[in-house]
Write a protein that binds this ligand. Structure first.
Ligand code: DX5
Ligand code: ZN
Length: 222
């Protein structure tokens, strides 16, 4: 299990989405696509047709973060169009086990995301179905918010869960990840890091991605 950087295009120039993805293609490990429906979160981005087009136009595997109502209905379709990973919010799921199975059956990794107020114990029963736990380190909905340090114990618990499960469950952090906050997340056990504004507001996004990965690697003693 390596340390992976997954830039989020949320704060990129959305009118040139394919170009913005291309800007990070050489340095990034994944591309994080934030799907928002204006119901689960108070913001609206893009949905399945845009994600499908982007997947066709990039060599990066797509890490889809669904901030939507009714993931039971919609999540499998993202796997169907070729996403490498599909993450739904546990707060919105009716039958989380079934969603994971539907995602995996279509060849993608299945992830469950937790809002800051949601206890890690909510996913305890789901571990055998999961490939990734996403710990939100801001309230979902917007890029550019400040990292919530009080989420670090939850990241540690997620890593313990992953170890106990005995399978290769990744622990992702998303929200306020930058050169100052990535180190504590890596120390706490995260291995996949979403960075939106830190990457896209940097003068050289590729350099920033490599810089972030280097910091995470040294924090883990690599
Ligand atoms: C927020 C999104 C994040 C967002 C992160 O709800 O899930 O992926 O783009 O942006 P930064 O890195 O700027 O906090
Ligand atoms: Zn996200």
């Amino acid at each position: 299990m390596g340390l992976l950087i997954s830039p989020s295009v949320l704060n990129a120039d959305l009118s040139h989405l394919a170009d913005e993805v291309r800007r990070v293609e050489a340095a990034a490990d994944w591309i994080h696509l934030d799907v928002m429906d204006n119901h689960f979160v108070p913001n609206l981005t893009f949905g399945l047709p845009v994600v499908e087009s982007l997947i066709k136009n990039t060599s990066l595997p797509a890490d889809c973060h669904l901030m939507i109502h009714d993931p039971d209905r919609w999540a499998p379709a993202y796997a169907e169009v070729g996403a490498g990973s599909v993450t739904f919010h546990i707060e919105a799921a009716k039958n989380a086990r079934q969603i994971c199975r539907d995602i995996r059956r279509r060849g993608a990794r299945a992830g469950a995301a937790l809002k800051p107020g949601t206890e890690i114990t909510e996913i305890a029963e789901l571990l055998p179905e999961l490939d990734m736990i996403l710990i939100m380190t801001v309230e979902p909905g917007f890029g550019g918010q400040s990292f919530m340090t009080d989420m670090l114990p939850k990241v540690r618990r997620a890593r313990e869960y992953a170890k106990q499960s005995g399978t290769d469950i990744w622990v992702q952090v998303d929200g306020g990840i930058d050169a100052n906050t990535i180190e504590m997340c890596a120390e706490a056990g995260a291995n996949i890091f979403v960075a939106g504004s830190a990457v896209y507001r940097a003068q050289d996004p590729s350099n920033m991605i490599n810089h972030l990965r280097d910091i995470a690697m040294s924090a883990c003693g690599h």
